[in-house]
Design a binder for this molecule. Structure first.
Ligand code: SF4
Length: 537
């Protein structure tokens, strides 16, 4: 059938919003998203349709791509049909099962014998199953200037079957250092380039093993978690870049401006918390480690200008700011960092801050009117409150010198700032310490901060605190508590208990006892059930 005749026939049956030759979505990954962008969240009349057509058979990858785009844009599948001579029901069903979203109807296939249309290659379409936009856009800068691709990318060579060995051998992998090069030079170096090439070829890069392992265990990896955050932004902007031809610019920067912190979280290390470094120095057994921790107790400021040190404003901020979409401050505790106001003022002095979403992770114990006033001048603000538990359990797990009721006062101050321009997000990290008490934490959020976003992270390192490293008794305890829970996350934690193997809890118990002794606190008294369960095989 001639294309024009086909269009006339379909138009007699439906009010066609768009005819799309599938060939026209194959030149770039972003093409289908751009073509359908104006249909996003649109209310269609019952007889309206978006009609794709081709005389060729769309591959599974193309069917997945169309389905994902339709779901991401919030278009009901019932308004989409694909017309071609080949039976693609099975491919559409596979695509629907993976990316169909919440609608019940599938994208419809309609048979038509069309005259020859242009071919439909899929080599510029990237599979969501293996693609990650992070190496195309993002970077993380450590307090010593080391640049990492993200907090999950690293040098992990051990096999998936031996989780403990893998995590113990896992090291964050510095791909460059902003004391030697500008940030733009680092993210255009060979390591970044190679990663981008691997993702474009549909490979699973070895340094991303953390994400693959989480996905293989049925969890949601950081790679997958980040997509919804950017919605279709990732598909629209990032994957069309040519890894060889284009100069990449950082769009999303995470930076640890300093290790200064007042907390001694049991999951953290001296390099990230000056308070832990001080404690480690006091208890260090040999002169070398004492000296090592001593070097960390002073404020290791990445951003403070100093003689003989490259100006990080020039190596990071100046080249990055014109292109930045988000700039996220990690800790330490950013709100207590003395150099932060100067850096924020420097960013605010440029016109670019109007495009930048500024974010920070805070432990909820520290308030600075000066820093808050500066943050509020950016385009958007994300405040992630690291609240893992409540009351005395919070104090013990986090090694907090600030009593829980004072932390609640500060949480309330942040909560009052919540608006269209300020996102206040609770960001608990789930570990063995708090896993059994999460129902109480979620109730605390629900009762006091209804409607606020809660985003969870699962601790993987140190391994002795990971919920994948529990004794059978502890796993049974958690499973029995949550397997009938109406809360989807608690239910999925119960399922995770059933999927991982039990281990000996000795390291966990030894570490809890060691820190109790140092800090003169009693973890087992505040967490009696999980401590007892981790003590038994
Ligand atoms: S796949 Fe995971 S580890 Fe690799 S870059 Fe993406 S988020 Fe980072």
């Amino acid at each position: 059938m001639h294309i024009q005749q086909f269009k006339t026939n379909v138009s007699e049956q439906y009010d066609v919003v768009k005819f799309i030759d599938i060939h026209d979505i194959t030149d770039k990954h972003s093409s289908v998203f751009k073509l359908l962008e104006d249909c996003s969240d649109r209310a269609f009349a019952p007889d309206q349709r978006v009609v794709f057509f081709s005389s060729h058979e769309p591959s599974q990858l193309l069917c997945n791509h169309i389905q994902r785009c339709v779901s991401e844009l919030g278009i009901d599948n019932g308004f989409i049909s694909i017309h071609c001579p080949h039976d693609i029901q099975a491919s559409l069903s596979t695509a629907f099962n993976k990316y169909g979203g919440t609608t019940s109807a599938m994208i419809a296939w309609q048979h038509v014998d069309l005259d020859d249309t242009a071919p439909i290659p899929d080599d510029k379409i990237y599979s969501f199953e293996t693609m990650c936009f992070v190496p195309f856009t993002s970077t993380k800068i450590h307090v010593n200037g080391d640049v990492e691709v993200c907090c999950k990318h690293g040098d992990c060579t051990s096999s998936y079957n031996n989780r403990e060995e893998r995590f113990d051998n896992y090291e964050p992998f510095a791909v460059g250092n902003v004391n030697d090069q500008t940030l733009t030079e680092v993210i255009n170096n060979d390591v970044y380039k190679d990663l981008r090439h691997q993702f474009k070829q549909g490979l699973r890069p070895k340094g991303c093993q953390n994400c693959w392992n989480t996905e293989d265990l049925g969890g949601t990896s950081m790679r997958q978690m980040l997509y919804p955050k950017l919605k279709i932004g990732a598909d629209l902007e990032y994957f069309d870049f040519d890894p060889d031809g284009d100069e990449f610019r950082a769009r999303h920067v995470h930076i640890t401006p300093s290790n200064l912190c007042n907390f001694k979280c049991r999951m953290c290390v001296g390099e990230s918390s000056s308070a832990i470094a001080l404690e480690e120095m006091r208890f260090a057994k040999d002169a070398e480690s004492k000296q090592n921790f001593k070097s960390m107790i002073k404020d290791l400021s990445a951003i403070r200008p100093a003689p003989g040190k490259p100006d990080i404003y020039a190596t990071v901020l100046d080249p990055a700011m014109p292109h930045l979409k988000s700039f996220h401050l990690l800790g330490g505790e950013p709100v207590m960092m003395p150099d932060l106001p100067d850096m924020l003022r420097y960013m605010l002095a440029s016109e670019y801050h109007k495009n930048i979403q500024i974010g920070l992770n805070t432990n909820g114990s520290y308030w600075s009117d000066e820093i808050v006033d500066l943050l509020l001048q950016f385009n958007l603000v994300d405040v992630l409150l690291s609240i893992d538990d409540i009351k005395d359990r919070f104090e013990i797990q986090r090694g907090s010198p600030v009593p829980w009721n004072e932390v609640v006062d500060i949480i309330n101050r942040w909560a009052k700032l919540s608006s269209d321009a300020v996102n206040i997000i609770f960001f608990p990290t789930i570990s063995i310490q708090n896993v059994l008490y999460l129902d109480q934490l979620f109730d605390f959020f629900e009762q006091n901060y209804k409607g606020f976003t809660v985003t969870t992270a699962y601790l993987e390192s140190p391994t002795h605190l990971s919920i994948d490293q529990m004794t059978q008794t502890a796993k049974d305890l958690v499973y029995n508590k949550y397997h009938n829970s109406a809360h989807p996350e608690l239910k999925s934690i119960a399922m995770r208990m059933a999927e991982t193997e039990a281990v000996d809890g000795k390291k966990f118990i030894d570490e809890m006892n060691k820190l109790d002794l140092r800090r003169k606190v009693n973890f087992s008294q505040a967490h009696p059930e999980i401590f007892a369960a981790m003590s038994k095989r």
